[in-house]
Write a protein that binds this ligand. Sequence first.
Ligand SMILES: [Mg+2]
Length: 309
Amino acid sequence: MREFELLGHVYEASQSLGESIIIPPGDDMAMLELDTPRLLAAVDQLVDGVHVQLATTPIEAVGRKAVTRCLSDVAAMAALPVATLVAVVLPVDFDEPTTKTLFDAMRETAEQYSCPLIGGDIAFHKKKTGPFTCSVTALATPRAGRVLQRSGAHVGDSVYVTGTLGGSVKPDGSGRHLAFEPRIDEALELLDRLGERVHSMIDLSDGLGRDAGHIAEQSDVCIEIWAEDIPVTPGCDWRSGLGDGEDYELCFTAVGNVPDMLGQVPVTRIGQVVEVARHGDDRPEGRVWVRVDGDWQRVDTFGWEHGTK
Ligand SMILES: [Mg+2]
C-alpha cells in the first residue's frame, strides 16, 4: 500500500470540508481562510500500550479516540473547531484494510465535530517492535474573541464539573474512554450563557484531582472539593471520581448562577476556590483538597501523571 493512494482514498471520501478550506488536502499544504486573526492549536498522541491497547480495541474506536482526545482540548478552551491534521507511525504488520478503517474513522469523527481532516502523513516502522503511534493536531478559533484558560480562577468562584466521573476505563480496556463526546457544544453554551462570569476551565483527562490542580497552580489559588458532591458514575466512589482519569468531562470555575444542564449534560457544583493556604493552616500541603467526613485530604497528586504510569 502506498501512502499517496491511501490518503487519496481518505480525502476523496471527505464529505464536508467547509467553506473555510481554500486549498483542500492533496497539495503540499492545505490553506484556510479564517474570519479571525487568532488561531488555537494543540497536538495529542495516542500510543499503543500507553493510551490505548490495540490488541483488544476495535480499530474504529482507536481512530475515534485519537481525534476526540484532541477535540476535548478544543472544548476545554470553549473554542470553535476548525480543522484536524493527523500523522501516524504504524507497526510493520499493519495491513491495508485496517489502515483504511483507521483513517476512515478519524475522518468521520473529525467531520462529525465540524473539524475536517485537512492533512495526513503515514510512516511504517522498520523494526517489528515499533508501536502504533498516532498524533492528531487540532486547530480552533476563539468565539467572540474570548477563550477560557486554566489561569483565570478567582478566590470565591464555585467549581463545577459536567457529566459523571470515574470508571471510564474498564479492566478489559473497554469503556467510556473510547466513546465519550468532546463537550464542545456544552462549552460554547457555557460561555454564551455565563459570559464574563465563567473564569477558568480544563478538560478532565488526568483525573479531577490532578486537573483541578492545574487550574489551582496556574491561577495561583487553592481548590476545595466536597467528596459527597462529586457526581460519580454508578458503581464508582469519590476516589474513582477524583483519580481514575480519562473522563473527558469539563471542570470550570464561575460566580453567580450556573445552569443545572448544558444541552443534555448535567452540571454539578463540587467545591470552591479559596486563597493559597497560609502558614499555620490546618489543611495538608498542596493546592487541591477533598473534604471527606470533615477531614481534608490532598488530591492534586491523585490520578494520572504522565511518564509514571
Ligand atoms: Mg486537556
